[in-house]
Design a protein. Sequence first.
Length: 159
Amino acid sequence: MPGKRINPRLPKVHRAYAVDEAARLLGVHKNTIWTWVKSGLPTIDKSRPALMLGSDLREWLSQRRKAAKQPCPPGTIYCMKCRQPRAPALGLAEYTTCNAISGDLSALCEICETVMHRRTCLADLSKVLPGLDVLIREGPSSLREQPNPSPNCDKQKDD
């Protein structure tokens, strides 16, 4: 199971951090910071205690997050089980509207048959899944839009 997302904007740009300070700031263990140093996080010098500039730490975390992103090409949705962008099984997908502009796109993965989800806007639907059959459904209506609200009310008093 992958760890939590680390906010790359937490380190202050004009500050230097020791390993334990950076670990406390980012909410990770000191050994995680040492692993990052071994994998390329720049330090000020090679002596101990290891210090790193906040600007370097911020930039390194941003690049690390950017490298981990895996954009989905047209015709695919990201499958959380396979951890890959996959095409919908049988070329079918279902779009459920949430509001006038956007909605949720659901489809089965062609490999593992897990339900995949993607948030998209109705106007971009033909760009996201070109050439596939998309069933468009209305989302559940909210209680506020009910023409006949429930007559049960706790505030009514018996006379």
